[in-house]
Design a protein around this ligand. Structure first.
Ligand code: GTP
Ligand code: MG
Length: 356
């Protein structure tokens, strides 16, 4: 399925049905009095997040969405039928902007979260409401109200706790396949991954976190090189980045490897300083390609080279996504880190609630 993470659409809620002026006409009931019913309410437009959807593709080609109008009232005290609501389903992690004012109106994070975005118009009143002691045959009625309309921009920023980044071919997809049930395509050519994939990493009964694999990044991505850097937005909500570095044949020595790693960090910095400032760990992948006796020395050398530049990091994990070497240690540390962050978030939320 094509992955689309941005869409602009226009929403129209339904108009309320008009009230009606009618009079009872029955045999043997002279001057039967008013009997015009109210118009039905116009349908509203809702947006609902669903875990079963992972793209905004549906909103790429169709631009205008309308809920149904309410039906007009009728004689014999009949009320018009309400227009049915329209519910647009979007992936979890969709940010909805009011396009005109450029403000976020909803951030749909929870599965099933449903928000009213355009309210349907109220139905008009039939003449039965205007009867009074001085006016027994009112001809007044009111028209239904128009429904609300809005132009929105939707942006999907996938919800993941940890994001993988790195050059194409570094082994990001191999890593996520090794540690979760996600099965992105893996191949020995660059840019195999064309859109983000999410994987859930579990440990024990309760502990889990979500990891995102995004397309590879290359130097000059901010100027459009490779697949560009627009996919970095999918890392914006993560709590931790794991920079996957290929220590295989492409990198002859530790210094060059660090320079290449710095290039990626530069791209990150150019895209968004907040993203650049997120905690970032390094996974030195494909360690199986280095003879066992040389591994420790190599890791020390790389650690020193990295510590001199942008790519400096507080943790380095030598791993092999193919053989499984070191992946458990990385996952255990990530699990511990995430539970600490979640605990801190909970405490902050409780404290702010107590202050209110
Ligand atoms: N020897 C070895 N090969 C690996 C390892 N991890 C990945 N590979 C190989 O490296 C190649 C690229 O792996 P991918 O997982 O597709 O790399 P990627 O980073 O997702 O690449 P893009 O999607 O293009 O950004 C594949 O041929 C993998 O089999 C590893 O730990 N050891
Ligand atoms: Mg990949």
């Amino acid at each position: 399925m094509k992955f689309v993470d941005e869409a602009k659409i226009e929403l129209h809620a339904g108009k309320g049905g008009d009230g009606v002026a009618a009079f009872r006409r029955e045999k043997f009931v002279p001057k039967g009095g008013p009997s015009g019913g109210d118009g039905g309410r116009g349908g509203s437009v809702f947006i609902r997040a669903s875990r079963d959807i992972n793209t905004l593709l549906e909103y790429r080609f169709k631009r205008l969405f309308r809920a149904k109008n309410g039906e007009n009232g009728q004689g014999k005290d009949c009320y018009g039928k309400s227009g049915s609501d329209l519910v647009l389903e979007v992936p979890m992690g969709t940010l909805v902007y009011d396009d005109q004012n450029n403000i976020v109106v909803f951030d749909l994070k929870q599965d099933g979260q449903k928000e009213l975005i355009c309210k349907g118009g109220k139905g008009g009143l039939g003449n039965i409401h205007f009867k009074s002691s001085t006016n027994r045959a009112p001809r007044q009625f009111t028209f239904g109200e128009v429904g609300e309309t809005i132009s929105i921009r939707m942006e999907l920023s996938v919800l993941a706790d940890i994001g993988l980044l790195g050059f194409p071919n570094a082994g990001k997809s191999t890593f996520i396949s090794a540690v979760s049930a996600a099965k992105p395509k893996i191949a020995d050519y660059p840019f195999t991954t064309l859109h983000p994939h999410l994987g859930v990493v579990r440990s024990g009964f309760n502990d889990s976190f979500v990891i995102a694999d995004i397309p590879g990044l290359i130097s000059g991505a901010s100027d459009g090189a490779g697949l560009g850097h627009q996919f970095l937005k999918h890392l914006q909500r993560t709590k931790l980045l794991v920079h996957v570095i290929d220590i295989g044949t492409d990198y002859p020595d530790a210094e060059e490897l660090a320079r290449n790693a710095n290039d990626i960090c530069h791209e990150l910095q150019k895209y968004d300083v907040a993203l650049f400032n997120k905690p970032r760990w390094v996974a030195l992948n494909k360690m199986d390609l280095i003879p066992e006796e040389d591994r420790d020395a190599f890791v020390t050398e790389v650690t020193t080279a990295l510590s001199n530049g942008l790519a400096s990091t507080d943790k380095i994990f030598p791993i092999s996504s193919v053989s499984g070497l070191g992946t458990k240690s990385l996952i255990d540390s990530a699990m511990e880190y995430m539970s600490r962050i979640k605990q801190e978030d909970k405490t902050t939320n409780t404290n702010s609630l107590n202050k209110v």
